[in-house]
Design a protein around this ligand. Structure first.
Ligand code: CP
Length: 303
C-alpha cells in the first residue's frame, strides 16, 4: 500500500507517468468515468480548504466513486479528543482512500502509519502540500512544455508557505532551473531550503523588490501571506500587502511568462491581472482536478 506524504515519494519517472495519465484524463474524461465505481474517498479536513477538498471530491466523483468526510475538525470527534491515529483506523473501515489536511506538521504521516488504506497529505501545517505541487508541476509541464530550463521567481510568504517548500523540493530534481526568492526579510525562505540548494550547487538569489527581477522570469509563483501561521496580528497587517502584482508591474514581464498562484489570493494579485494571457492561476486550479484523478487511480492501483 502506498501513501503520498511528500512530492518526493514519487520518482521523476513515476511523476511523468502520473502527468501523462492526467493528460489522458483531460483529453478523454469518458474513458475514466467509471474507473472508481464502488470506491469511496474520505476527505478528513481539520483545516479550512476550498480547492484541495473540493477538487478531491470532484476528482473522485468524476471517476465514478463516492465521497464521505468532514470539512472542519469541530464537526468531527477530534473535538471530543479523538486522536488522528484512532480516526484513521476507523476511516479505514469506511473508505478505500483518504485525503487528510491538518494544521499540525506530520499528522498525515502519523495517520499513514496506522491506516489500512492509502493516505494523501492534503497539507500539513507549514510543512508540505504535495498535491498542490503535483498540480503546479502538471501546470508548468502542460503550459511550458517541460519541467526544466527556466527561471522561476517565488514571491510572498516564503517562510510559512507550504506550497513553496513542497514545490522547491520537487523542482530540484529537474535540470537548469534558477530560483529567485522574492520576499520581505521576515518572510524569507527557511534556511534548510537554501542550505539544501547550496549543497546541490543549485543557483538561487534572494531579493526584496519584485520589479527588479520581473524581466528575468519565465514563471512567477505568487503566494498569499499566511495569516493563520502568524503569532501576532500586527506583523501580519504590516506584511500582508507587501506585494501586489498589478498590470503596471506585469508590463515589465516577458510576453510568455506565466503567473501561477496556489490560491486563495487575498490582495497579492490585482483582479485586473486576471484577464492577462499570462495569468494561469485559474487554469492551474483545473489541472488540480486532473492530477488528483490520476493520483487516486495510481494509489488505488486502478491506472
Ligand atoms: N491551494 C490550496 O490549497 O487551496 P485551499 O486551501 O483552498 O485548499
Amino acid at each position: 500500500m502506498r501513501h503520498l506524504m511528500s512530492p518526493l515519494d514519487f520518482t521523476t519517472e513515476e511523476l511523468d507517468k502520473l502527468f501523462d495519465l492526467a493528460g489522458d484524463i483531460e483529453r478523454n474524461p469518458q474513458k475514466y468515468a467509471h474507473a472508481c465505481d464502488g470506491k469511496i474517498l474520505a476527505t478528513c479536513f481539520y483545516e479550512p480548504s476550498t480547492r484541495t477538498r473540493l477538487s478531491f471530491e470532484s476528482a473522485m466523483t468524476r471517476l465514478g466513486g463516492q465521497v464521505i468526510g468532514f470539512s472542519d475538525a469541530a464537526s468531527s470527534s477530534a473535538s471530543k479528543g479523538e486522536s488522528v491515529s484512532d480516526t484513521i483506523r476507523v476511516i479505514s473501515c469506511y473508505a478505500d482512500i483518504c485525503a487528510m489536511r491538518h494544521p499540525k506538521e506530520g499528522a498525515p504521516m502519523v495517520a499513514a502509519e496506522r491506516s489500512g488504506v492509502p493516505v494523501i497529505n492534503a497539507g500539513d501545517g507549514g510543512h508540505q502540500h504535495p498535491t498542490q505541487t503535483l498540480t503546479d508541476l502538471l501546470t508548468i509541464r502542460s503550459m511550458k512544455g517541460s519541467l526544466g530550463g527556466f527561471t522561476i521567481g517565488l514571491c510572498g510568504d516564503l517562510k510559512f508557505g507550504r506550497t513553496v517548500h513542497s514545490l522547491i523540493h520537487a523542482l530540484v530534481r529537474y535540470d537548469n532551473i534558477r530560483y529567485i526568492f522574492i520576499s520581505p526579510e521576515e518572510l524569507r525562505v527557511p534556511d534548510y531550503i537554501t542550505d539544501m540548494l547550496r549543497s546541490k550547487g543549485i543557483p538561487f538569489q534572494e531579493v526584496i523588490r519584485l520589479e527588479d527581477v520581473m524581466p528575468e522570469l519565465d514563471l512567477l509563483y505568487m503566494t498569499r501571506v499566511q495569516k493563520e501561521r502568524f503569532f501576532n496580528e500586527e506583523d501580519y497587517v504590516r506584511l500582508k500587502d507587501f506585494y501586489i502584482l498589478d498590470a503596471a508591474k506585469l508590463s515589465k514581464a516577458r510576453e510568455d511568462m506565466l503567473v501561477l498562484h496556489p490560491l486563495p489570493r487575498v490582495n497579492e494579485i490585482s483582479v485586473e491581472v486576471d484577464d492577462d494571457p499570462r495569468a494561469a492561476y485559474f487554469k492551474q486550479a483545473r489541472y488540480g482536478v486532473y492530477v488528483r484523478m490520476a493520483l487516486i487511480l495510481t494509489l488505488l492501483e486502478l491506472e
